[in-house]
Structures are given as C-alpha cells and as structure tokens.
Design a protein around this ligand. Structure first.
Ligand code: HEM
Length: 175
C-alpha cells in the first residue's frame, strides 16, 4: 500500500528518491535485520588492556564476541521479540525524534552492522540496497507461495545466516 501511495500509476522502477517517502518499507528492513541478522556474530574483537564490564573481567587480548543475533531478541529490550512487527520501529525512541539509530551512536538495542569505530563501513550502502531491492521486487512482481505453503523462516548458520528451507515462490510481473 505504501509503495502504491508513493508510486501511484507510475509503472517504473522505484527510485532512490522514492524510498525516502517509504517509512514502513524502512521499518520492514530494520525488523528483518533485528529478527534475522545476516551475521549472528561480529568479527572477533579484543581489548588492548584489562577491562571490567558489569563486574566481569575482560582480559587484555582475550577474544570478545558480540552475540548480535541474541542482542536483537532480548526480551528486556524488545516487546514480543520473536514476532515480526515492523511497527515497533515507528515508535520514536530518540529524544530528538529522528527515528531509529542503526549505527548505535545513541543507544544499542541491536547491532546487525556492529557499532562504534569498527562498524561496517558499508552499512549505509547496504541499507539503501536492501530498501531498493525489496521495494522493486514487491512493486514489479506479484509473489505467491508455492502450493500455498507457509514460508519456513528457520535459519541455517553458515558464515552468514541463510534460510534452512530456501524460499520457493511463484513470481508474476505486474506490468
Ligand atoms: C546487509 C548487509 C551487511 C551486513 C549485515 C554487514 C555487517 C557487517 C558486520 C557485522 C561487520 C563487523 C563489524 C564489527 O566487527 O564490529 C562488518 C564489517 C565490514 N563490512 Fe559489512 N555488512 C553488510 C554490507 C556491507 C557492504 C555493502 C560493504 C561494502 C560496500 C561492507 C563492508 C564491510 C567491511 C570492509 C567491514 C570490515 C570493517 C572493519 O573491520 O573495520 N559490508 N559488516
């Protein structure tokens, strides 16, 4: 509905400028990154000197892994964390009202791209492409499940996370 509202009767590709008018699309992408982050862990990190965090000693040069997948499912932070609810990203959590901060510079509730000085340098490009591909795949094609099957979202963990049962869909051009 949102894409239709922005595109009207224009039977063309969704363009980068159009994406700025699609907050629900952005919320869907963010919820996808929270619920199914492509990487369950960041690259291994280390501290350069002994540090105490929450009463735990993090020894110098010890390997520190960030459990990205579990951070996004923390029920102390996310209401009903296992459900896919893009609407949660409409809640304006930041005081300045700028919406959700994926870079984690204000607070960290999920970190699909990491955070801080080693954050993924491609995160803005990745967000743009995710929005662009999803918008165009939805706008240009009608999607139907094969034999009306439910889509099984179970994950398979390799270097990155994949669908355990690859998506099977019938797609029909809309125009
Ligand atoms: C959905 C897409 C992507 C996800 C989820 C993702 C996620 C990540 C994560 C979690 C890290 C590790 C951060 C850390 O260890 O603290 C990382 C690092 C990195 N990413 Fe991405 N990334 C994505 C797309 C991209 C793209 C499009 C590029 C380049 C155009 C890119 C380039 C890099 C590079 C160069 C690093 C290493 C940075 C460093 O070690 O300082 N990534 N990414």
């Amino acid at each position: 509905m949102e894409i239709k509202r922005v595109m009207g009767d224009v039977k063309e590709m969704v363009k980068e400028d159009d994406l700025q008018k699609m907050p629900y699309l952005k919320a869907v992408i963010l919820e996808g990154l929270r619920r199914h982050p492509p990487l369950r862990f960041l690259m291994p990190h280390a501290v350069t000197e002994d540090a105490v965090l929450n009463g735990y000693l993090v020894p110098r040069n010890g390997t520190v892994n960030f459990m990205v997948g579990d951070i996004g499912l923390d029920e102390k932070v996310w209401e009903d964390p296992l459900s896919f609810k893009p609407e949660r990203f409409f809640r304006v959590d930041n005081k300045d009202g700028e919406g959700f901060d994926i870079s984690g510079s204000k607070e960290i509730k999920m970190m699909p791209f990491g955070a801080g000085r080693r954050i993924c340098p491609g995160y803005a490009l990745a967000m743009l492409h995710l929005e662009y591909f999803v918008a165009n795949l939805v706008w240009n094609f009608e999607w139907k499940a094969v034999n009306g099957d439910d889509v099984n979202m179970e994950e398979k963990h390799e270097f990155s996370v994949r669908m355990k049962y690859p998506l099977q869909a019938l797609i029909f051009p809309r125009f």
